[in-house]
Structure formats: C-alpha cells, structure tokens
Design a protein around this ligand. Structure first.
Ligand code: UD1
Ligand code: MG
Length: 449
C-alpha cells in the first residue's frame, strides 16, 4: 500500500518581500524546499510531488531531478493546491502525506511517525500539532470537551478566546487517499477567498470520523518560514541541529553560536573548529585538524592533522599535515600535498605544491606544478598571464626560489636549481644551476647533494 508525499510550494510568499520564490531562498547553502523534499522522499521512499505556481519554472528547474511537479494556477489556497495535485497521483495510492514547503525543520523521522500513526488510525486524517507560547499566526487546534480534535481555525477567523489556544497546526498531515479525494471538493470558500486544507479536519469530524493529532516532540521542528525573521530563526535552529550532531560525533566547536557549518560538510574526530568559521558545500575535513579562527572554506577537501588559520579556501585540496595562514587564499584547483607549509599572504590557484613545499610569505602561485621540497622565497610571483593567455610554470624537486623572484611563464626551473633574490626569470633554468639578475642568467653550476 503506497504512500505519496505532496509538498505545497505554489504560494507567493508575499511576506518574504522578495523577487525570489520563498522556497528557493538558500538556507544553510540549500534552497529551503530541499529540506522538505529530502525528508519527504526519505519517509515515503518515493519522489515527492510538488505543487508549484508562483514562478513555477524557477522552482521546477531547481529540483528537476528530485521531484515531480503539478501546476496550481491560480493559487486558491492549500486545499485547492492538494486538489490540483490529484491528477498526478498514481492510482492505487493508499496514503497521502501533505506538507507545506516552508517547514524546513521537519525531519524524515517525524514524517515517518505521521504516516505510521495514520496507518494505525481508524479515521481519515492524522495531523501534526505543536504546543508553543508564540503562535506565529498558525492555525489553532480546537478540541471538544472530551479532548478529541474538533477543527482547525485559521488566525484571521479565530475569536479572541480561540486565539489564546496554544496547540497549533504545524502544516503536515497524512490522509486516507480515498477519503481525501472525495472530501476536497467539499471545502467551502473561506472569508479570504481561498480553499483551506485545514477545513478538512472539521469536515471529517462533522461526518462522525475521528481526526488524530500527533504532537511534535521537538517544537523547533515547527519553525515555519513566512517572513525573513522566521527565516533567520529557522537557520539558527538548523545550525544548532548540525552543531549538535558534529559535537556528538567527536568534533570540538569552541563557540557553536559563532560557527556557520552547512549540512553537507563532513568533519572528522578530534578536529577543533574555532569561532567565525564558514564551512560550506561539499567540504570534508579530516581528523585532528585545527580550523580557524576566521576561515572560509567552500567545496574543499582537507586531510588529517591540518591547520587552517584565518584563510579562504575555495575548491582546494589539502593532503595531511598541511598548514596554512594567516591570510592565505587557495583558489580553484589548488592542491597542497602532504606537509606543505604556506604562511601569511599567499595565494595559490590551479597549482600543485608537492610534499614538503615551503612558501612562507607574500607569494602568488598560479598554473604551476611544484615538485617536492621546493622552497619558495618571500614575494615570489608566477607571472602566468601575458595579457592574453595563461602559461604554466614548473619547478623541479628541491629547487630554491630566492626572495622576490618573478617567474615569467611559460617557464621551467630544474631540479635543485636556485634563483637569486630579485631575479626576473625569462628563460628556463637548468637543473643544479644558479640564475641571478634581470633578466636572469645562469652564473654557476651547483653541486648535487
Ligand atoms: C498554513 C495553515 C495553518 C498552519 C501553517 C503552518 C492553511 C489554510 N493554513 O498557514 O493552519 O498553521 O500553514 O505552517 O493551510 N500554498 C500553495 N498554494 C496555495 C497557497 C499556499 O501551494 O494556494 C503553499 C505555500 O507555498 C506554502 C504552504 O502552502 O508552502 C502554506 O501556505 P502559507 O500561505 O504559508 O500558509 P500559512 O499562512 O503558513
Ligand atoms: Mg506558511
């Protein structure tokens, strides 16, 4: 008996005051709708059906691989949205899980509980509720004197007394499909000119059927996003959840409130994250590292025992025992092998720095391949761009690049070669020779050691 998940995302999101559809606002690096999609997919084991309307193309494009879509046009309320989805629900579907697309904290486990509760229930609806002090404009759950659920009343329609009710409708439900399809056309038009899904609760009760309410264990899951203030609250709650998971898995966060870590980031045991770090995207960090304070790391891979202090890493790879910073910048294609030391004010782009390379101060390395144990003196620059094209630089094993050397690419420095301070190197330097001057010329052969 199959269950389908329907996610409602056709609303205008007017209260966000944004040109971007509400569900596409990135929340910790992922569009808000991704959270509901992933949780519903995990709970049902099926691709969710997403109801789109406002800026439908943009929402569809963002999730083309993760969901199926139906268009609701014009959007006439949450009940109308589910009704619009009916035509896309395969025959034989027994249960329908419905969730609002603006509830990013609801977990797969909660949806699973909701489905299981409905499967064990006689009546046609199980709904998720929460008890919190701040009602945030949510629908209130009315109960009969015997404690059973009677109806949901939306805030604009609630009496003063009803507004004081603190049991709220979270906006996630599991329905008996057969009952749902025959009941949807019966929803009356509300005072706001919409068909409210929430009216189904009163309709079922009026038919003598029972509606079950499942209370949320963690009220944070009920944080819905209608405004940018809610958006910040949701981000903070999600961050807390991520931080807790990391700390429980053996990562030290010196000050979790001052750490931004996206859900896609993986961090190994005994790694310490100092405050003011931004760890983003497909970043993985190994064990026993020290990151920060002040690091921005995007889509990068960091091995074990690394130290990254006050630096920016984008699409970079660090093998084990690398240390960088303060004020280093690794750009796309930077690959620092085992034991590289990169001190302050260094920039590396699209380059490989072999094992044990030392680059202590003020250097730019772009489009270069640098073999093991090379020493790059302070102020070294690979002049990789001639105004039209980028050119490569190669530096052989154990070479010693003197301070303030300009390497005018394309250029090759041989194994064990040296350049003098201030050299402007325009011709290849053969292995085990010393080149000095402007433009640099070879003045001596060197002994191999
Ligand atoms: C809704 C519930 C309210 C609940 C709250 C919890 C109704 C009538 N009210 O109110 O009881 O406490 O959620 O979050 O359901 N949408 C469509 N098509 C439409 C209208 C809305 O797809 O025609 C989508 C929106 O994009 C949104 C979701 O449904 O993702 C909920 O709509 P929203 O306007 O945010 O409803 P709330 O006022 O939050
Ligand atoms: Mg809402």
């Amino acid at each position: 008996m199959s269950t389908i998940g329907i996610i409602l995302a056709a609303g205008k999101g007017t209260r966000m005051k944004s040109k971007t559809p509400k569900v596409l606002h990135p929340l910790l690096g992922k569009p808000m709708l991704a959270y509901a999609l992933e949780a519903v997919q995990a709970a049902t084991g099926r691709r969710p059906l997403v109801v789109v309307g406002h800026k439908a193309e943009a929402v569809q494009a963002a999730f083309a691989e993760k969901a199926d879509f139906v268009i609701q046009d014009p959007p006439l309320g949450t009940g109308h949205a589910v009704h619009s989805a009916r035509k896309a629900v395969p025959a034989g579907t027994r249960w329908v899980l419905v969730s609002n697309g603006d509830m990013p904290l609801l977990t797969a486990q909660t949806f699973q509980r909701l489905i299981e509760a409905q499967k064990a229930h006689d009546g046609p609806i199980t709904m998720l509720t929460v008890e919190v002090d701040d009602p945030r404009g949510f629908g209130r759950v009315l109960r009969k004197p015997d404690g059973t659920v009677q109806a949901i009343v939306e805030e604009p329609d609630a009496t003063e007394e009803q507004k004081r009710i603190r049991e709220l409708n979270v906006g996630a439900y599991c329905f008996d499909a057969e009952w749902l399809w025959q009941a949807l056309p019966k929803i009356p038009l509300s005072s706001k000119g919409e068909y409210y899904l929430t009216d189904l609760v009163g309709l079922a009760v009026a038919e003598g059927r029972s509606v079950q309410a499942l209370r949320l264990e963690d009220p944070n899951e009920a944080i819905g996003v209608n405004t940018r203030v809610h958006f910040a609250e949701a981000a903070a709650a999600l961050q807390q959840r991520i931080n807790r998971r990391l700390m429980e898995s053996g990562v030290t966060l010196i000050d979790p409130t001052r750490t931004y870590i996206e859900p896609t980031v993986q961090i190994g045991r005994d790694t310490t994250i100092w405050p003011d770090c931004y760890l983003r995207g497909n970043t993985t960090i190994g064990e026993n590292c020290e990151i920060g304070p002040n690091a921005y790391i995007l889509d990068s891979k960091i091995g074990d025992n690394c130290r990254v202090f006050a630096s920016v890493l984008e699409y970079a790879v660090l093998e084990n025992n690398v240390d960088i910073g303060p004020f280093g910048h690794l750009r796309k294609g930077a690959h620092l092998a085992e034991g590289v030391h990169m001190g302050n004010f260094g920039e590396v782009k699209n380059s490989y720095l072999g094992p044990g390379v030392k680059m202590g101060h003020f250097s730019y390395i772009g489009d270069a391949t640098i073999e093991a144990e090379v020493n790059i003196g302070a102020g070294t620059i690979t002049c990789n761009y001639d105004g039209e094209r980028k050119h490569p630089t190669k530096i052989g094993k154990g070479a010693f690049i003197g301070s303030d050397t300009m390497l005018v690419a394309p250029i090759e420095i041989g194994e064990g070669a040296r350049t003098g301070a201030g050299a402007v190197v325009t011709k290849n330097v053969p292995p085990y020779t010393l080149a000095v001057g402007v433009p640099a010329r070879v003045i001596r052969k060197l002994k191999k050691n």
